[in-house]
Design a protein around this ligand. Structure first.
Ligand code: ADP
Ligand code: ADP
Ligand code: MG
Length: 650
């Protein structure tokens, strides 16, 4: 076994690799960009080295610098994680040239599977069923369009160099082909520097089912069963599980055979995943699945396989890379219960899943029986725009699928992400969706149900917002860290007795939009409602600069009190006396005795319940008396000034 490893990655996967490496007694070496100097993956490693500016192109993807760092740190091996350089054959070669073991397959296997067209041709030769279509060299539009027609619509245009669901277009009609081809090629060129595409039959009601394979350097190739990754959005995985619902022993054996054959065909070594697309219309059957691609690395969703097999895939990767024989044979691989993983992202489902960056004002990740969380951040971490905005993976394991999904839903319900928006509520809605739970789903499921999956419970939201207003008005005791911002006026020593309940309409800002809240003061403190919905004591309130975050069921609203700057109608009583609208403090008086004022002119400001109330002259006239002083506490209804009518003067 190795004595040390340099982890050429960041985030949750770097943290996860370090965990196993430490358990195996390896010295762990982290690398980080300028944006990550304080990142969790740096904190958990034994050593860490800066490798450049925030953009990945200038740090995590700079092969020379990584090799140089590995040599400086005397690393025995480099684990690339997933993404970044994990499927870069040149990087694997550079490691070998420097005498450092690359924890991954041989460069030749990475190359063979690197381009989808070549991989498909290779698999066809090896007798692995591939999705019907065209994956030859010719790229002229007219020819490709003819091919699409022959294949029969719908078809899928795919970038041969593609990954992460990019450079893909589904085409349903012949007339739409040219525009789709242009779009796919353009995206492929800009994302992968390669405009070439292939055309595939679009499989109806598709299920994405993939096989985890493992091979050692001694000719042993096994599979660790399948994962179902059909819950996708824009061809990207959202929830993954193992085993696949509806999987039979026959289909599993056929898929396992195809996957291990694929691995053998390219001289594979280490962990890999062979992705298949299955026709989900009539249930899974041994003739109803086709090879899509092979990912020659550890997969994001590997923990569900670990949960049901009881294996540590990263440990197996290290062992195989160190030249050991796979410690188990195919018949030793077991399936224990069911596991499901959800990818928790800093993104906003209410706004088209746009990435949502910023500081994590609060982060509470779930724990509990059968629950595993792989996170790359902690509270206080910054989700930066430079990298994939994944916060954590939440994995639940149970005796059966229902138990696993129940545990996942509960875990997601207990997850608190404050600051950046998250998809926690969306993921929970998925885990609870009756059709998904019944096993009736394919890759179009999320799109078909998007509206209900992203719907916000307006009543719950109002209750949470009301609760935030209560907190801002100071009813709640302060968190120890920030006493000043959370004073409690009802135990304050301003000497006022609490009279009869008083009500006030408050102007508030919810995510910057003006709204109204109703506050009622009584002996018990303040009670707030929004749109007739009372404050929900169960809502989570997190103080932030200028206001508070209200969280309920994974939905987040930023709530602030609006500075009051409007005419206080209740106190425009016309008799020329300007009174305090409520208990408070005089912040400013804008006029002096003898000044002439116009009706509606601001004459003073009173602060009450952390808000400023502008007091205006009720009539045209002259200030005859100032009855209060700036800085003084005043009782509700107390006289601040008197204005004598201009008419009386003339
Ligand atoms: P999976 O989720 O099945 O492991 P993905 O294709 O979603 O595989 O990719 C896993 C990770 O690798 C993601 O973080 C994704 O953003 C990243 N990734 C995938 N392909 C590329 C690529 N060509 N270039 C850069 N990053 C990629
Ligand atoms: P990537 O490299 O981006 O992961 P894949 O070839 O693995 O590209 O495809 C990504 C996703 O697109 C699949 O998981 C599947 O949902 C969908 N897909 C791919 N090929 C087909 C197909 N022929 N028919 C239907 N859906 C497909
Ligand atoms: Mg794929």
């Amino acid at each position: 076994m190795f004595a040390s490893v340099l982890i050429a990655n960041r985030g949750e996967i770097a943290v996860r690799i370090a965990r196993t490496a430490k358990r195996l007694g390896l010295r762990t070496i982290a690398v980080y960009s300028e944006a990550d100097s304080d990142a969790l993956h740096v904190r958990v490693a034994d050593e860490a080295y800066a490798i450049g500016p925030p953009p990945a192109r200038e740090s995590y993807l700079v092969i020379d610098r990584l090799i140089e760092t590995a040599l400086t740190a005397r690393a025995d091996c480099i684990h690339p994680g997933y993404g970044f350089l994990s499927e870069n054959a040149g990087f694997a070669e550079a490691c070998a040239a420097a005498g450092i073991v690359f924890v991954g397959p041989p460069p030749s296997a990475i190359r063979a599977m690197g381009l989808k067209d070549q991989a498909k041709a290779l698999m066809e030769k090896a007798g692995v069923p591939v999705v019907p279509g065209y994956h030859g060299e010719r790229q002229d539009a007219k020819f490709l369009k003819e091919k699409a027609y022959q294949i029969g619509y719908p078809v899928l245009i795919k970038s041969v160099a593609g990954g992460g669901g990019k450079g893909m277009r589904r085409v349903d009609k012949h007339v739409e082909f040219d525009a789709a081809l242009e779009g796919a090629a353009r995206e492929a060129q800009s994302s992968f520097g390669d405009a070439r595409v292939l055309i595939e039959k679009y499989v109806t009601a598709p299920r994405h089912i993939e096989m985890q394979v493992f091979a050692d350097a001694h000719g042993n190739v096994i599979h660790l069963n399948e994962r179902d990754c059909s819950l996708q959005r824009r061809h990207q995985k959202v929830i993954e599980e193992a085993p696949a619902p509806g999987m039979t022993a026959d289909v599993r054996a056929a898929m396992g055979r195809a996957a291990t054959e694929a691995a053998r065909a390219v001289g594979y070594r280490g962990a890999g995943t062979v992705e298949f697309i299955a026709d989900g219309t009539k249930g899974l059957n041994p003739g109803g699945f086709w090879f899509m691609e092979m990912n020659t690395r550890l997969q994001v969703e590997h923990p569900v396989t670990e949960a049901i097999t009881g294996l540590d895939l990263v440990e197996l990767q290290f062992r195989v890379a160190a030249g050991e024989i796979l410690p188990l044979a195919q018949e030793d691989v077991r399936i224990d219960g069911h596991a499901v993983e959800a990818r928790l992202y800093a993104e906003d489902p209410e706004r088209g899943f746009l990435p949502s960056t910023g500081t994590l004002a609060a982060l509470e990740l779930p724990a509990g029986e059968g629950v595993r969380v792989d996170a790359g951040v902690t509270a206080g971490s910054v989700v930066s725009p430079y990298y994939d905005p994944m916060i954590a993976k939440v994995i639940a394991h149970g005796a059966d699928r229902t138990e696993a999904l129940d545990r996942l839903a509960k875990a997601l319900g207990a997850t608190v992400v404050a600051g950046p928006r998250s998809n926690a509520a969306f993921l929970r809605a998925l885990a609870l969706h009756p059709e998904f739970r019944a096993g009736r789903f394919d890759t179009g499921f999320i799109d078909r149900h998007l509206a209900e999956l992203t719907a916000v419970d307006a009543r719950a939201e109002a209750g949470a917002v009301a609760r935030a207003v209560e907190a801002l008005l100071g009813r709640d005791t302060a968190p120890a860290s920030d006493q000043s911002a959370w004073r409690d006026p009802w135990s304050a020593t301003d000497g006022f007795s609490l009279g009869v309940p008083r009500a006030l309409d408050l102007g508030i800002l919810v995510d910057g939009e003006p709204e109204k809240a109703a506050a009622n003061w009584g002996q018990g403190g303040v009670g707030v409602s929004v749109g007739g919905i009372d404050a929900d004591a169960a809502a989570r309130i997190v103080p932030v600069a200028g206001g508070a975050l209200a969280l309920v069921g994974g939905v987040q609203r930023n709530v602030a009190l609006k500075s009051y700057d409007s005419v206080d109608v209740d106190h425009l009583d016309g008799d020329g006396v300007v009174k305090a609208p409520m208990h408070g403090k005089v912040l400013a008086i804008f006029v002096e005795a003898g000044a002439s004022v116009r009706k509606g002119e601001r004459v003073a400001v009173v602060e009450a319940m952390k808000m400023e109330h502008a007091l205006v002259a009720p009539i045209d006239g002259t200030v005859s008396e100032i009855a209060a002083t700036v800085g003084a506490q005043i009782a509700e209804g107390a006289k601040i000034m008197t204005i004598e009518s201009a008419k009386g003067e003339s």
